[in-house]
Unconditional design. Structure first.
Length: 381
């Protein structure tokens, strides 16, 4: 039996199979290397923030500022109305004080025309004047009573204006809360807003005061309302006293005391001097007539203090007309200078002076807010 013939070894097939196996092994190793590699490191947070910011819509800063300024206008008007109302209330309180003191006119008249008054007049004019002043303090009002009123009224006025300002800033921030803070950085923080607002008011108040012809001394720089009122009241009362002929000695003596006591002393001096001649002619005047004169005198003093000297107002209005109608610049400038002197002199009354102070605060408030909204805190153009 013949044995089967053996086939020769196929090297070509062997080599191809070996190559395939090696290729498969290499492929598996590459796959393992790729799949087992660590994840890529995360991007830096700053890059993420920049990418996020770049995706946000761009803010139209000018449009936001214009909208903020539009929203602020009603708040400014409300604050202005409250300021003027507080000013009128202060004047009304002073007028009410004088009106209420008329009730003692009859008792004062009886004392002023009694035997004690006659005896003092026989002894000396100065002694008689002191007697009348004492009776006036006893039956009408004393220096202490009026000084207390002036001080309390001024303090309460200052507190009310401060409350108006505080409430105003709170309301403004609330009105602007939904606007992009990036366009209104001064309003993003309440304490920062108050600080910047106060700082700007102090920088603009002096120039606004000059524009309004207000001259209340160094207190304007910091705009401490209580001090401003003190200066305005003192200037007004001094002007009234000068017009009514109160001696310089009386005014000079009062200047060393507090402003409220000084002012009260001037008022009593005005009232007593106005009544003194009538009292000296007592044998011509019954008690009833003198009591009426006392009430009339109180009205005159009250009007002079609160609404001013009618003659001064006539001159002021005439000069104002000249200043506005003059075509010659030199004459117009001279008329404006005279007008400013009248305004600063105090003869136009406490109401006019305090309305100017209220206007001073109104304009300063508006200018401060304008600069904060438009980010022009140094008033750049």
């Amino acid at each position: 039996m013949n044995e089967p013939e053996s086939k020769p070894f196929n090297w070509k097939v062997f080599i191809l199979l070996s190559a395939g196996i090696v290729a498969a092994i290499i492929g598996m190793l590459v796959f393992r290397i790729v799949t087992d590699s660590p994840p890529p490191p995360p991007k830096h947070t700053e890059d993420s923030a920049e990418e996020q910011t770049s995706n946000e819509p761009e803010i139209d800063v000018q449009a936001v500022q214009e909208e903020a300024w539009r929203r602020i206008q009603p708040r400014l008007a409300d604050a202005d109305d409250q300021t003027l109302a507080a000013t009128n209330a202060l004047i009304g309180r002073i007028e009410g004080f004088f009106e209420s003191r008329k009730s003692g006119a009859n008792a004062f008249a009886e004392a002023a025309l009694g035997w004690g008054s006659k005896w003092e007049l026989i002894k000396s004019r100065e002694g008689h004047r002191k007697f009348i002043a004492e009776r006036f303090s006893e039956y009408i009002f004393s220096e202490k009573e009026l000084a207390t009123l002036l001080k309390q009224a001024a303090d309460e006025y200052a507190q009310e204006l401060e409350a108006v300002e505080n409430e105003f800033l709170v309301q403004v921030r609330a009105d602007l809360a939904d606007l992009p803070p990036a366009a209104l950085p001064a309003f993003s923080n309440e304490s920062v807003l108050r600080s910047k607002f106060s700082s700007i008011v102090e920088t603009v108040v002096a120039e606004v005061a000059q524009d309004l012809s207000i001259d209340v001394g160094r207190e304007v720089g910091s705009f401490a309302v209580g001090e401003v009122v003190a200066v305005v009241v003192t200037k007004t009362l001094t002007a009234v006293a000068t017009r009514m002929g109160i001696s310089g000695a009386i005014i000079g003596t009062g200047a060393a005391s507090s402003w409220a006591t000084f002012g009260a002393g001037i008022v009593i001096g005005i009232a007593v001097d106005a009544l003194l001649d009538w009292v000296i002619g007592w044998f011509h005047d019954p008690v009833g007539d003198l009591a009426t004169r006392v009430s009339t005198s109180l009205d005159d003093v009250s009007r002079s203090i609160t609404t001013g000297d009618p003659d001064a107002w006539k001159v002021r209005n005439r000069v104002e007309g000249m200043a506005s109608s003059q075509s010659d610049p030199r004459l117009r400038t001279k008329a404006e200078g005279v007008l400013a002197s009248i305004e600063k002199g105090g003869a136009l009354g406490l109401k006019h002076a305090l309305v100017n102070v209220a206007e001073l605060q109104t304009r300063s408030r508006k200018e401060a807010l304008r600069r904060l909204v438009y980010q022009k805190e140094n008033n750049e153009n």
